[in-house]
Write a protein that binds this ligand. Structure first.
Ligand code: 8DG
Ligand code: MG
Length: 151
C-alpha cells in the first residue's frame, strides 16, 4: 500500500470500533434510515464511533442521546462482528459492538436530532423489519441472532 506520508490528503485506512444499540421496546427495535454516505438509505440501529476512554455502555448512552434524544438504561453487551465494507462510497472497516438497552422512561418519544445523518427514528417489529437493512445489521439478522432476552 502507498505510504500515507506521500499524500497528505489521503485518509488512513484503519479498522474502527463502533457501538450500536438494539433499543428494545416490547417486540420492537428502534431504527432510522441513514443519510450518511456509508449505508445511505438503509435502516440502521442508533450508534457511532467509540471515543477514547469510553466504556461500551457510555458510548451507547451518548450516541442514543445525541441521535434520538432518548435516555437508556440496562445496557448489556451482546456480541461483536467484523464488518469490512468495501462496496461503500468510502471503503470502511468496523469492529461493531452490539449492545441492547431499554428506555429509562418508557413514554419518551424519539426525536430526529441529526437530520443530516438520519431520516428519522421509529419502532419496528422484530418479525417485520424494514428493508433494506444496513449491511452489518442485515448480516447479524440473517445469522439468526435475536437481541431480545430469552426469559
Ligand atoms: P460519530 O461520528 O457521531 O461518532 O458517529 P456517527 O456519525 O453516529 O457514525 P455512524 O455511521 O452512525 O456509526 C459508525 C459506524 O458504525 C458506521 O459507519 C458503521 C458502524 N455500524 C455498523 N452497524 C451499524 C448500525 O446498525 N448503526 C450504526 N449507526 N452504525 C453501524 O457496523
Ligand atoms: Mg450514528
Amino acid at each position: 500500500m502507498e505510504n500515507e506520508g506521500d499524500n497528505p490528503l489521503q485518509v488512513a485506512l484503519v479498522p474502527r470500533a463502533a457501538v450500536v444499540v438494539f433499543l428494545l421496546k416490547g417486540k420492537t427495535v428502534l431504527l432510522g434510515r441513514r443519510r450518511s454516505s456509508i449505508g445511505h438509505s438503509t435502516f440502521a440501529l442508533p450508534g457511532g464511533h467509540l471515543e477514547f476512554g469510553e466504556s461500551f455502555e457510555e458510548c451507547a448512552a451518548r450516541e442514543v442521546k445525541e441521535e434520538s434524544g432518548l435516555d437508556i438504561e440496562k445496557t448489556e453487551f451482546l456480541t461483536v462482528t467484523n464488518n469490512v465494507l468495501l462496496e461503500e462510497a468510502r471503503p470502511a472497516h468496523y469492529v461493531t459492538i452490539f449492545v441492547r438497552a431499554v428506555l429509562a422512561d418508557p413514554d419518551q418519544v424519539p426525536q430526529n436530532m441529526e437530520p443530516h445523518k438520519c431520516d428519522g427514528w421509529d419502532w419496528y417489529d422484530w418479525k417485520n423489519l424494514p428493508q433494506p437493512l444496513f449491511r452489518p445489521l442485515e448480516k447479524i439478522v440473517q445469522s439468526g441472532f435475536n437481541p431480545f432476552p430469552t426469559d
